[in-house]
Design a protein around this ligand. Structure first.
Ligand code: HEM
Length: 524
């Protein structure tokens, strides 16, 4: 029987007006589309709930991106239902303000850390203050020239020669379809584990095993990102409290990941105990050993650190390269130019006695520009949010209250006409290059011309700039040189296929990237 008492419950008192507003808005806005970036209405308490309800997660992301990119001030204030104002910006001056000038004010903050704590614990991606500073300081030793050289010449090249190239070659021979995004994730995962933890998970192997850990990682990152998007945070918090539905799955996946990372830590602790002092000198140490010997060797804390590094290393370069190979397919001219650079570099290293792989890779300016242009359009980290720890005023005069979210938006920034010109939508590596004249009539040489990091904050900027930027470029350029030098990567989907950019903790190509591989020169 219908119980009328339920209509006076707080639930109905709150949601009936919402429902009415939604219906009114539906009727009056039936002719407007979210394709046009008109500024939406905001209502007391519920803020922009109505336009947000009209779109799914991906639609909301694209709609907000357009508002930010096309707003005259390059900044849009989203009134989040029950959460308050969220400044979203693509304005370089504001980005510099939050990432550098007023760095101590703009932190991860308690709200965001709570969202990510189940997956990342106190690891570097989810830490502020002294905890962050300590991790940053210890980790920064990992990215010196010596480590980077070892990384590209030993780790990356071995993974290429022993695993990636044979898998691609077999796929070419058998005309198999591969999910390139999955293959590149496996490649990057082996790489980061080897260089950072001295451990080889052999995830990129010919049978492409579906490891429990990797499945859990995929699920946990998706579900954690979903918490950010939830319009009513009380919903995920209640589900977490009751341990039901997606929150139960997140808890299970996070536990699986934690056990995997903890087993790496335990193995390393044992290794350190067994080794003589000489064998574990600082010279040969990996990141994990450094942390374990740093005096803060609490197993839980070091396990959190391992999880953050896996996230940093696995999903970023694989996402960047996936979109890069897609863009090359659409821009044959760029592919030809890269091939010319690869051939020139190879010839130069044959002619030069002391040339090293490290020097070769560092030198490939056109390839560097082509990758940079690709992450301008498809950044592996789409947006990044800070929480104000005190009241402040942004350079354009926008007041910020303590606890407010201020988000810089690399994806929208790559689409701002003021920053990139009217041809911002075109894939043009040349916008990052200057052709230097050769000496004595010799052929000219490309030189990479970087943009200031606040106009192009794909690697963040300021004191928390990505620690792995150089490592990432070395890895990506070496993959491009060795893969593209030998193979053509051809999308397996029908002509007309348009991949979807799916933002999350790191952005992906939705559903993966099915490709066929063709040998440039038939080997037999
Ligand atoms: C194309 C590749 C990459 C991109 C676009 C990228 C981007 C970023 C961004 C946007 C951040 C800031 C995240 C935040 O604070 O919320 C970050 C931080 C970081 N990245 Fe990367 N990253 C890449 C590759 C890597 C790689 C290969 C590593 C190697 C381990 C790495 C290590 C780190 C670390 C340790 C931090 C934390 C820095 C800190 O908080 O002080 N990144 N990266």
């Amino acid at each position: 029987m219908l119980d009328f008492a339920q209509f006076s419950s707080p639930f109905f008192l709150l949601f009936l007006p919402l429902l009415l507003l939604f219906l009114i808005n539906k009727i009056f806005s039936s002719k407007t589309t979210k394709d046009s970036a008109e500024f939406p209405k905001s209502y007391p308490l519920i803020g922009h709930l109505i336009p947000l309800l009209q779109l799914d997660g991906l639609g909301r992301f694209q709609w907000i991106s357009r508002l930010v990119a096309t707003s005259p001030s390059s900044t849009f204030i989203l009134n989040r239902p029950f959460r308050g104002r969220n400044v979203l910006t693509a304005d370089p001056a504001t980005v510099e303000h939050i990432l550098k000038t007023r760095f101590p004010i703009y932190q991860k903050g308690p709200y965001q850390k709570n969202i990510l704590r189940d997956l990342l614990g106190d690891g570097i991606f989810n830490a502020d203050g002294e905890t962050w500073k300590f991790q940053r300081q210890v980790a920064s030793h990992e990215f010196n020239t010596k480590s980077l050289r070892k990384f590209v010449e030993t780790v990356v090249d071995t993974e290429l020669s022993d695993r990636l190239i044979p898998i691609l070659s077999k796929a070419a021979k058998n005309n198999e379809v591969l999910d390139l995004q999955d293959i590149l994730q496996r490649f990057a995962f082996d790489n980061i584990c080897k260089i950072s933890f001295g451990y080889d998970p052999e995830y990129l192997s010919p049978s492409l095993p579906q490891a429990k850990f990797a499945v859990a990682f995929e699920e946990a990152t998706l579900l954690s990102a979903k918490r950010f998007r939830t319009l009513l945070p009380i919903l995920w918090k209640t589900k977490r409290f009751l341990n039901i539905g997606s929150e139960r799955r997140l808890r299970e996946a996070a536990l699986e990941i934690w056990e995997f990372a903890n087993s790496i830590v335990k193995r390393k602790m044992q290794e350190i105990q067994n080794k003589t002092e000489e064998a574990t000198s600082m010279e040969t140490e990996d990141l994990l050993s450094r942390f374990l010997k740093s005096g803060h060797s609490d197993e839980k804390f070091v396990t959190d650190i391992v999880i953050s590094f896996i996230l940093a290393g696995r999903d970023t370069t694989s996402s960047a390269l996936t979109w890069f190979f897609w863009l090359l397919h659409k821009n044959k001219r760029v592919e030809e130019e890269i091939l010319r650079e690869i051939n020139k570099t190879e010839k130069h290293s044959q002619d030069t006695e002391h040339s090293s792989v490290f020097a070769e890779v560092k030198d490939m300016a056109y390839t560097h520009a082509a990758i940079t242009e690709s992450i301008r359009l498809y950044p592996p980290v789409a947006i990044d949010t800070k929480e104000a720890a005190a009241d402040d005023i942004l350079p354009d005069g926008t007041p910020v209250k303590k606890g407010m979210w201020v988000t810089y938006h690399p994806y929208a920034m790559g689409r701002v006409e003021k920053l990139w010109g009217p041809n911002w939508a075109e894939y043009q590596p040349e916008r990052w290059l200057k052709l230097e004249e050769g000496e004595n009539g010799a052929e000219g040489k490309w030189r990479f011309v970087p943009r200031d990091p606040y106009s192009f904050p794909v690697f963040q900027a300021g004191p928390r700039v990505c620690l792995g930027k150089e490592m990432a470029y070395l890895q990506m350029k070496r993959v491009v040189a060795r893969v593209l030098g030998r193979f053509r990567v051809v999308p397996a989907e029908k002509e007309g296929f348009e991949p979807v950019y799916a933002p999350g903790l790191t952005a992906k190509m939705q559903g993966g990237f099915p490709v066929r591989i063709e040998e440039r020169v038939e080997t037999d």
